[in-house]
Design a protein around this ligand. Structure first.
Ligand SMILES: [Fe+2]
Length: 236
């Protein structure tokens, strides 16, 4: 049995109409994501076979490809799970945290949309929780591979590779991004947010945040100036 598999969608292929059409969903999930999973299994098997070969250039190349494919697999899973039943806007603790860190829900959408539309290549934009600073952050990932800032918990992902929208929107990426907000399942994002905030072992590995210690906004050593409110992290 292979270690990675393609999870089924938890909604119908047509569930996101009219914002994302059924044909795009079928091709994206059943072909593009499946191919990432197949390639990930193949590449990991090749890597295991040459681990002790002494061919370090080949091992390094396979490691890089494995990391990129694994990230693509993970981000697609998050993308599918970020969408579903339309709820309009975040609620509860997540909504309050968005207001605190971005100023408003509108400001969050503007920042992530601008990142998605402005990206030169294919890639992703994410909403993530940064435990060390106890803040939500907007992230832009070019390609599939996150090479920095592992100390975040991704909460929501938007796929801005052309295969995610080209059938319906062609070159009109901005229209796709604008409409995509209608597909976000904020209840699912809220569940991930609550889980991330409560992940005490993760937080303890990073050290206590300033808010844990004394309720102020000052940051732990090493994180000073790392994260102004709602900052955009560019990961290449
Ligand atoms: Fe994709």
């Amino acid at each position: 049995m292979e270690p990675y598999s393609l999870p089924p969608l938890r909604y119908e292929y047509c569930a996101l109409e009219p914002w994302i059409d059924e044909q795009t969903m079928r091709i994206h999930h059943d072909h593009h994501h499946r191919r990432y999973v197949q390639a990930l299994n193949e590449t990991e098997a090749r890597l295991a076979a040459v681990r002790t070969s002494g061919d370090h250039l080949l091992i390094q190349s396979l490691q890089q490809r494995t990391a990129s494919l694994a990230s693509a697999h993970y981000l697609h899973r998050l993308f599918w799970d970020s969408m579903g039943q339309y709820q309009g806007r975040p609620e509860g603790d997540l909504a309050a945290q968005i207001d605190e860190d971005f100023g408003s829900f509108t400001a969050l959408k503007f920042q992530l949309s601008a990142a998605a539309v402005g990206m030169e290549s294919g890639g992703w934009v994410l909403l993530a929780w940064q435990p060390a600073t106890q803040r939500l952050v907007a992230m832009m990932v070019e390609g599939n591979l996150v090479q920095a800032d592992w100390a975040i918990v991704p909460l929501m992902a938007l796929d801005v590779w052309e295969h995610a929208y080209y059938l319906k929107y062609q070159q009109r990426r901005a229209e796709y991004v604008h409409n995509w907000w209608n597909t976000v399942d904020w209840a699912r994002v809220g569940v991930r947010f609550n889980g991330a905030v409560d992940d005490r072992p993760f937080r303890s590995r990073l050290g206590p945040s300033a808010r844990d210690r004394d309720g102020t906004q000052s940051l732990p050593a090493g994180f000073a100036a790392a994260a102004p409110a709602g900052h955009l992290v560019v990961v290449r």
